[in-house]
Design a protein around this ligand. Structure first.
Ligand code: ADP
Ligand code: MG
Ligand code: MG
Length: 892
């Protein structure tokens, strides 16, 4: 026989907090609270298994459920001394939904079930309060009529409004017993009229109807939508809780409310919440009456003239405080509690972990560890790493007015305000006058970098979460809204239009990169706070972390930002980004269009000192910490102009024939540049590029070492290797230059040569490649592209559909595909380490800052992760959590 029903009563319960899958969150925690000896009205939970049965059997309940429910009702009779359906001493119950994940207000609940024309009179006689009894009855008819029988609740509200008008009151509480009696009569008539059937008087029929209705509410429209937004599987199902009623609407010493054990927006210790005197259930959240503050402190802060619970019912307030403290200590987390006070006695009706802001999460974790409630490593695990993003950037003040012009993707968090500018050169010019700008583009390309760098924020009409604009903005730590499709950007007229509103160059807008919103005008902001609880959690995270956290940084500015966020070196410096800067792009282009090797070398000689100076600065900032420098990776055509007008201008600037430039650009054009002449392929056909870069690295290492007194051990990284012999080839060039530099300077160099693992063949042949490679860095952006055969830049055309249709769980460019790409990484790590025990392993793709991917990296024991500067704190925290959970997994 399947057990469908689990009872709970004061001091003991058949279920417990671990059973949320079977009993739902509400049921499991009602059971747990009962076992803790807290005051919880007794009851029983009908399992999610019944929900499965219900949907598998044409919405029928299991035949043996009735017997189990009867047995549970017998138990309730024993503990309450009341009998369900009894005319003299009736037991009233609530029938409450409750799924595994919290879905507040999404499903249905019915209160005061068991009342009918007879029991309501017993209730009136027993309590000596007719008004109260009739109020309960009319509430029940209203909820049951709406939830179970499907009569529009507006129609019930109308009747109350009429009754209030008749009685000359504007509050429900102003109605007396007779008023409610006539409301009850009108309610019944309404149901008869609407459905041509009577409101059921038999409590057992009422109960069966309510149980079915709660199971049915699992599939109501708002629950379906909520699940899809929150990724809650449909097959989890809901449980049903049947629980003895307590009454918060029993008079002036009764109340109902909700409270957090700590302030959910600031984290401050102490009860925080709202209540209503003489009210029941949903009254508090329904917004019909304005709730009152729980504490005096909150009342003073809000300036309310209505008494706090602390003042109004000091004993009940203290009892509530004590109970909530017990819950918090027991669950070792901030709790969100629903309670009712009946005639001065406090009853707990629900508890769960409270939702909170990132700021509050940090403070709560630190405080609870310092209070000795949780350990430091529990505190580290209590903060969701991704939420730190909210704290590292200025954000729009809570409550600030938002005039939303357009909605796009939240591509890079933070808020920024500035004049809109449609051209990167102009952005640079205006920013140079200390005027903040927002760069607005249809989409961005590497040629826009200087404008992006000058802007406070970036807005694009097209492109996804991994578009050029998004990736670069995240790297720069600038707010970015991408793919704002409703926006029409018109370069010719320097305008953008959205919903018929036209904005001109110079108009001020604000971006909310965390929400993907474009707002009109200047909006009030708050600055980030990196000390305090944030600093403490980071410190504790570093104590338990095993993997190192480096950063992907191409510029001194990025390196400095990352260093201040605690980066322990550079995992990826993309040298090509340095070639896009204004004074460098010309010699770079000269190098590309050179006809002879001699000409090429001449152009490279101009680049050498600039590149060397960049490296010196990076080495100095990192002061002895490891720095991985990747040799040039992209195909050369990326450095040449494409538009005819640009070609003319560039050729003129270089003093060469435009046709020659155009021909070279055409010759370099590839069908599929991503799979073309790039990475080590380029370094093999143009060894002089590798020579120049290696020389710049080594000379810079020596100079920075001299300046700071910290020896620099550069890691020279060769991109896009698939064959061991490719690496042999490039390494030979690097080693030769090292010897040259040593001979010229008389200084002995200490350096490593390694490769990115970003092609499936390299992962599979890692054993062999490790014979030459002293480190591997997983370039998971390319490895994802090449494993799936999906171009990252085109992925936005269909990956969102894949996610929506459940073909993939997560965008593989954001969160590692653990089974496919992850397996290749695991293979490469194993085979590489078999060849070379001390092989250093890291990851430098965008995934290096993604918490789920970081957990995976811990599981294959990488030495470090590397991510964009603003994700460094996230990675530090995620790596710490991965270490804690990994160790726990190993010992259990
Ligand atoms: P939701 O999931 O929408 O919060 P609940 O099942 O928690 O729905 O019920 C909403 C409210 O109804 C509770 O917060 C509580 O105030 C009231 N309620 C539920 N069961 C009882 C009960 N047995 N006695 C008194 N009030 C109850
Ligand atoms: Mg609730
Ligand atoms: Mg790559």
């Amino acid at each position: 026989m399947t057990k469908w029903v689990y009872s709970f009563e004061h001091g003991k319960a058949e279920g417990d907090a671990m059973m949320t899958a079977l009993l739902g969150g509400k049921g499991a925690h009602l059971a747990e609270m009962s076992s803790l000896d807290l005051a919880v009205p007794p009851g029983f939970t009908i399992t999610t298994g019944v929900c499965d049965f219900f949907y598998a059997n044409g919405k029928q309940l299991p035949p043996d459920l009735d017997g189990q429910v009867e047995a549970a009702l017998e138990r309730l009779k024993a503990v309450t001394g009341r009998t369900f359906g009894d005319a003299q001493k009736p037991l009233l119950v609530s029938v409450r939904s409750g799924s595994r994940a919290s879905m507040p207000g999404m499903m249905d609940t019915v209160l005061n079930l068991g009342l009918n024309d007879v029991t309501v009179e017993s209730m009136a006689a027993e309590t000596g309060d007719k008004r109260f009894a009739y109020d309960c009855y009319r509430r029940f008819i209203q909820m049951y009529g709406d939830v179970v029988m499907g009569v529009d609740h507006e129609l019930f509200e109308e009747i109350i409004d009429n009754a209030k008008a008749d009685a000359g009151h504007d509050q429900d509480t102003g109605l007396d017993a007779d008023d409610w009696l006539s409301v009850i009569a009108r309610y019944k008539a309404l149901i008869r009229e609407e459905l041509d059937e009577d409101f059921p008087q038999d409590p057992r029929l009422q109960l069966a109807g309510a149980i079915k209705a709660v199971f049915a509410s699992w599939m109501n429209q708002r629950a379906i939508v909520f699940r899809s937004i929150n990724n809650i599987p449909k097959d989890w199902g809901t449980a049903v809780n049947v629980q003895a009623m307590v009454f918060g609407n029993r008079g002036e010493q009764s109340a109902t409310g909700v409270c957090f054990s700590r302030n959910p927006s600031t984290g401050k210790r102490g009860l925080y919440g709202e209540f209503l005197v003489n009210a029941q259930g949903e009254d508090v959240v329904a917004g019909i009456r304005t709730p009152q503050d729980l504490t005096e402190e909150a009342r003073l802060a809000t300036g309310s003239d209505r008494a706090s619970l602390e003042k109004l019912m000091p004993d009940a307030f203290e009892e509530l405080e004590r109970n909530v403290a017990v819950l918090e200590r027991h669950y070792r987390d901030m709790q969100d509690v629903e309670f009712t006070i009946e005639d001065g006695k406090v009853w707990l009706l629900q508890t769960r972990s409270g939702k909170r802001t990132a700021k509050a999460a940090l403070r709560i974790a630190v405080d609870m560890a310092e209070e000795g409630v949780i350990s430091r490593s529990e505190a580290v695990c209590a903060v969701e790493p991704a939420t730190l993003d909210q704290l590292l950037h200025p954000t729009i003040s809570e409550g600030a007015e938002r005039d939303v012009i357009a909605q796009g993707l939240p591509a890079s968090p933070g808020a920024a305000t500035g004049e809109i500018v449609f051209n990167p050169d102009e952005a640079e010019k205006i920013a140079a006058q200390d005027r903040p700008v927002i760069l607005v583009r249809v989409e961005t390309s590497p040629e826009d970098i200087h404008g992006m760098n000058a802007a406070q924020g970036i807005l694009t009409q097209r492109g996804g979460m991994t578009s050029h604009a998004a990736v670069v903005a995240r790297g720069m730590g600038k707010p970015c809204v991408s793919g704002a499709g409703m926006l029409k950007v018109d370069y010719k007229n320097n305008t953008m239009t959205s919903n018929g509103r036209v904005f001109h160059k110079g108009d001020v807008v604000t971006l909310d990169g965390g929400k993907g919103q474009v707002l009109s005008g200047n909006v009030e902001m708050e600055q980030p706070e990196l000390s305090g609880a944030f600093g403490t959690i980071m410190e504790w995270a570093d104590e338990v972390r095993r993997m190192r956290v480096r950063t992907n940084a191409d510029t001194p500015k990025e390196a400095r930002a990352a260093h201040s966020f605690g980066a322990e070196g550079i995992g990826l410096c993309r040298t090509e980004h340095m070639f896009f800067e204004e004074d460098r792009i010309t010699p770079m282009r000269e190098m590309i269009i050179a006809d002879t090797e001699a000409e090429r070398r001449e152009a490279l000689a101009k680049l050498l000192p600039m590149q060397r100076a960049d490296f010196v600065e990076l080495f100095e900032i990192m002061a002895g910490m490891p720095v991985t420098i990747r040799l040039i990776d992209p195909p050369l055509h990326e450095f040449l102009p494409h538009e005819d007008s640009d070609v003319e201008a560039v050729a003129k600037g270089m003093g060469i024939d435009p046709d020659k430039l155009k021909m070279r650009a055409t010759a370099l054009r590839e069908f599929n540049p991503m799979l073309g002449h790039r990475g080590c392929r380029l370094l093999i056909s143009h060894p002089e590029i590798a020579e120049m870069q290696a020389r710049a690295i080594f000379e810079a290492a020596i100079e920075a070492g001299k300046r700071t007194g910290n020896q620099v051990i550069p890691e020279v990284m060769v991109p896009l290797v698939s064959l061991k012999r490719e690496l042999d080839h490039v390494k030979a060039t690097i080693d030769r230059i090292a010897v040259d530099v040593e001979n010229e300077t008389g200084v002995k160099l200490n350096y490593q040569v390694g490769t990115m693992i970003e092609l499936p063949r390299a992962a599979i042949r890692a054993g062999e490649i490790a014979e030459v490679s002293e480190f591997f860095s997983f370039g998971t952006n390319d490895l994802t592209q090449t494993t799936f055969g999906i171009s990252r830049d085109d992925a936005t055309q269909f990956v969102p559909t894949y996610e929506a249709q459940g073909v993939v769980d997560r965008d593989p460019f954001i969160s590692l595909d653990l089974e496919g790409v992850g397996d290749l990484m695991r293979i490469a790590a194993e085979r590489g380490r078999e060849t070379r025990e001390e092989l250093k392993l890291g990851i430098c793709g965008e995934h290096g800052g993604d918490p789920i991917s970081i957990h995976f990296c811990e599981s294959i024991e990488l030495d470090y992760v590397s991510c964009s500067p603003f994700r460094v704190p996230i990675a530090r925290l995620a790596a710490a959590q991965a270490a804690v959970r990994h160790r726990a997994g190993k010992t259990s």
